[in-house]
Design a protein around this ligand. Sequence first.
Ligand code: ADP
Length: 641
Amino acid sequence: MNRSQTAVYVFLLGACLAVAMVAGWSTLGTQFDNDVYDFLFRLHPPEARAEASVILGIDEETFSTTPGGPRAIRAILAEGLERIQAAGPAVVVIDVILTDPPRGPGEEAEDRRLEEALADARHVVLTANLVRRGSRVVWELPRPEFARSASAIAHVHADPDFFDNVVREVSLEKIDHSRGRRFWALSLEAYRLFRGVSIVEDPDGLQLGEVWIPGRRAEARPMLIRYLRPPAGEPLSIPSLTVAELRRNPGAAARVRGKAVFFGITADGAQDRHMTPYSFGLPMPGVEINANAFETMIRGDFLRRASNLATFLACAALTAAAGAVFWRRSGWLAYVLGGAILLPVHVAPYVAFRYGVVFPYLGPLFAAWFSVVAAATFQHFVVRRALRRAAAEKERYQKAIHFVAHEMRSPLTAIQGTSELMGRYKLSDDKRAEMTRMINSESKRLARMIQTFLDVERLSEGEMQLRREDFSVRSLVGICLDRVRPLAARKNIAIHVTEGPDAIVNGDRELMEYAVYNLLTNAVKYSPADTLVTVTVSLDAGRARISVRDQGIGMDEKELKNIFQRFYRTKKAEASGETGTGIGLSIVEQIVSHHGGKVEVTSSPGQGSCFTIVVPAAVPGQVSAAVPANEPEDARPFRDV
Ligand code: ADP
């Protein structure tokens, strides 16, 4: 790949990465990742059973058998607390909001009963919840007479996902931003009291005794809940009993001994129910969600989400790997390696999940697929184009070799024939001298041809050393004109020269002569008889411009793009009967660019062409070195081939 192809390739891969990242982090991508999470969650539910918690449920039966029904909730809470008191629960979490003041004497009596029950209980956790008051969000706290007996007040909120309302995690802390007051999650406070430890914070998580719970403060410390599966035949994933059951069988209270009791509403119609990864449309009571969060902490079974940076780096690594594979390798090996990049991407989230890491699925999947497909497609087209080019160049090269071999035969035949004559016959001194000159000049012609081909190769490999000297552009053009005039005369082509002030170029005079001479011979070769070739020399803004304009066959846009390629000849040039190799202009361009210049061409078919060499130059007098005298023609290595 050349530089611009490499740039396009890198850009393409960068675009793939960007699109994959945006897609992965988009709403749709997040939803997709959530679904994959739920799927993996169901595929690998924790094997464990609840160890430390019991749900004390307020179910339909409890409501229906309590005078006053759901409105008598505080009486039910008091009754429940009274009934489990003797069994000695370790912690009691009251997952019911106790904010409202009593309405009427009946409720006052209920409240007093509850107040007393709470005062008798050990380690009670009450709930606070955030509510909107106008434009502000504030905490609603339990009534002071209840709060007085609480060991902790904790926030009650589950965190349903913004997009699909599924509760996958709980925020371990919540702050009301108007006052900056913070409460820990119910499950966390229950755990703290249950273990008798304190909470030590750091920005990335919480330390509670031996257990470290991951959860960044900046994100409100989200903790993924590892829900337990309900054992067969049981309604809840956590062992449970109900107030109604306690009424029927007071001895059942023994089941709460030493446990964290999550006391809340489990009745079907309750509002406090949410979807979970297991739900399939059946919401889970909030109290069960909190108990599951508590059990997650008890087991220390924490899942961590991979950070955005880690996700980005993984995607970037996949893109880079795909790019490298198709850059370095081609054919089936590249496709096999490409497949080897794709395969792990499909299973990585599963493996990561098994190790407790939640890795996004869509972003890396897209990054891998997009970049493998883009890199493979790019390589396919670039390689195909390069092959096509190589085939065309080979064909042109063969033609040129054929032509050169053919051309070499004539000086060789002349040398052979002459030397044979000289050996076989006694010739006069004059004749001998003439033949010697002929052998000499023909062998030089042969040498020049060979030299030209060698120079083409060396130039193209950047090995050519310039022999630098200052020379006059005017004299250089003069020499070339002298040499081309006899050729032009044969076709009755007039050469008109317009010269401005002279310019001095510092460079390789012989190579520059070759370049100018080549443009002149082309102008003559590719022009019909009785036309005009105009040569203009000028100096403009420190640049010498040598232009050769003809009224010849010209070229179209497409041909113009190719004429500096080696061995390229236009169809019209081939048809013109003029011999050529298609090498000259490629050498001209390289010579000029070695001099820090460029070749400009304008042309239109049937109208003629104008080639202009533009090279850095100075005004005479501004340069120190003298302009060297012209050397005899034979000393110059280049001729049009
Ligand atoms: P050659 O003349 O040996 O074929 P060059 O490299 O000098 O090779 O030129 C390459 C091709 O560019 C020519 O074969 C011809 O098709 C085209 N070309 C060059 N100069 C002219 C011109 N003055 N007018 C029309 N076509 C030209």
